[in-house]
Structures are given as structure tokens and as C-alpha cells.
Design a protein around this ligand. Structure first.
Ligand SMILES: [Zn+2]
Length: 274
């Protein structure tokens, strides 16, 4: 065991899951999870965020605090702040700010957003610069956690080299210290990044991993497909999956198929290997 691994083991890595947004506190309790991730509204829509919890945003914030549950919000998939298409980039920025605001209202620890992409024929440089502009234009009331993605043409955060370019671009922005990283294991594997070194590789670029999305993958290495699987049911080497979680040392959200019992089984599977 390395020193870092030992420290992570001693500190105890907190493990939770992505859950339904209607009552995330009960969902957390059903899983005995200290943290959960949720959507605020429809993840496929440009309509603004909605707090589905019966007590509203303030009620959810208070209930989470009382229950000792940390909340993370996953931004809608339709957000693409990198694109050169104004009709997507402008509403994406607006939606991003709305979700930051809503995440702050429920007391969330961070907002996870995908890296997005530019068009097939576009110069990726424009996408990196659009990321800088988005960070500069957004009031980051909660940390923004940029997530690596599995596939897509001309993606911003599929490959490490591109992640490095995004980070270079945003590092000069005023709120750069409010931008963190969410490492998704399924996306890294399916995106073609070796899990053996991905934690070290990402840390060399970003200096931080704020959250791990721990997911097995139904597809092969470098397939470009984004299909999550329960632990041990996919194509990722079990020891490698656990090693990423251990070495990242960050809170974990399992975005594996539910229901609660399946998540509890995934947590146990993972804990047994940490
Ligand atoms: Zn993810």
C-alpha cells in the first residue's frame, strides 16, 4: 500500500449514488449513503432547473443538513458550453448559471457538468476558449466539476490531452479555483484512457479530483460508448476500478443501475476491495 492509499483507507472514502430527485434524503437513507447526486429537473431539456422535493429548495437544504447527507447536482446533458453553435452555447451558459444558482440554494457541494464538444469540422481551440468564457461568465456560487466523457466527435474532455487544453484555457479565468474535476471510470475506460494511470494523469493536469463517478462499463476499452454497468457486471477489471477509487481519494457517486438494493450491493463490492 502506498502512503496515499493508506491515507485514503484511513480517512474512509465516502460512497453514495445518483438517485431520484423527488426525495433524495430518503433515497440516501435507504442506501445508508452519506452523499447522493441528483438532477434538478429534466436532464435532457433546456427548461430551467426544478426542485422536485416537496419542501422546495430551502426544505431540501435543511433536510440534507439535518440528515448529514451531502448533495451533488448533475447538470443537464444538453449543456454544451464549448460548442461554436450560438443557438446551443448561449442557452447552455444560461442553463449552467441557473443550475449553479439552484445547486447553491439546496446547499450542494458542487455541480457536475460534461465537457461538451465542438462540431466535427471545428477547430477544438474555439471550444477551449469557449470554456474559458463560460467560466468567466458564470457566477460560481458552488464549485463546478467538469466531468470526462466517453465519446462523441471532437469532445473536449474525452482524452487527457484535451482535458489538459481545457485546463490551460480556464486556468487564467478569475474563478479558476472554483472549477474542479469529476472523474468517471466508465467514461475513462470507454474513452480510451488507461485506468492504470488515469488518476496520476488527471492530477498532473488538474491538481485535483473532487468527485469520482464510479461505474463499470458494458463496453470495451476505447469503444466510445457510454453505458454504465453494476460493479463486476461490466468490462472493467475489478481491481483496477477499486484502485482508481482508492487513489483518487475523493467522494464517490455510483451511477450504476438501481434500485437501492443494487446500489447497496455495489457499495459493498467496492468497499470489500478498497
Ligand atoms: Zn458520470
Amino acid at each position: 500500500m502506498s502512503e496515499a492509499t493508506q491515507a485514503a483507507a484511513q480517512a474512509g472514502i465516502r460512497i453514495g449514488a445518483h438517485v431520484d430527485q423527488v426525495d433524495p434524503i430518503t433515497e440516501a437513507q435507504e442506501r445508508d449513503a452519506p452523499l447522493v447526486q441528483l438532477f434538478l429537473g429534466d436532464p435532457q431539456s433546456y427548461k430551467g432547473p426544478v426542485v422536485a422535493y416537496a419542501g422546495g429548495a430551502a426544505g431540501l437544504r435543511d433536510a440534507a443538513e439535518a440528515a448529514g447527507v451531502a448533495l451533488y447536482v448533475h447538470a443537464p446533458y444538453v449543456i454544451n458550453v464549448a460548442t461554436t453553435n450560438n443557438r446551443i452555447r448561449i442557452p447552455s451558459r444560461k442553463l449552467l448559471q441557473q443550475h449553479v444558482d439552484a445547486a447553491a440554494e439546496i446547499g450542494a457541494q458542487g455541480l457536475v457538468v460534461h465537457g461538451g464538444h465542438v462540431g466535427k469540422a471545428d477547430d477544438p481551440e474555439k471550444g477551449f476558449d469557449n470554456w474559458r468564457k463560460a467560466v468567466e461568465a458564470t457566477d460560481l456560487k458552488v464549485p463546478l466539476l467538469i466531468e470526462n466523457t466517453a465519446g462523441g466527435d471532437n469532445a473536449m474532455t474525452r482524452h487527457l490531452e484535451r482535458i489538459g487544453r481545457v485546463w490551460d484555457a480556464i486556468s487564467g479565468a478569475e474563478q479558476a479555483d472554483r472549477v474542479g474535476f469529476c472523474l468517471d471510470t466508465c467514461h475513462a475506460h470507454a474513452g480510451g484512457n488507461a485506468l492504470e494511470s488515469v488518476v496520476t494523469d488527471v492530477l498532473a493536469i488538474t491538481g485535483r479530483i473532487d468527485l469520482v463517478h464510479c461505474n463499470d462499463s458494458r463496453d470495451d476499452f476505447d469503444s466510445g460508448a457510454d453505458r454504465h454497468a453494476n460493479f463486476g457486471a461490466g468490462r472493467i477489471d475489478p481491481d483496477l476500478l477499486a484502485a482508481v477509487v482508492r487513489d483518487a481519494g475523493a467522494p464517490v457517486v455510483c451511477e450504476t443501475p438501481g434500485p437501492a438494493e443494487a446500489h447497496v450491493a455495489d457499495f459493498a463490492w467496492l468497499r470489500a476491495r478498497l
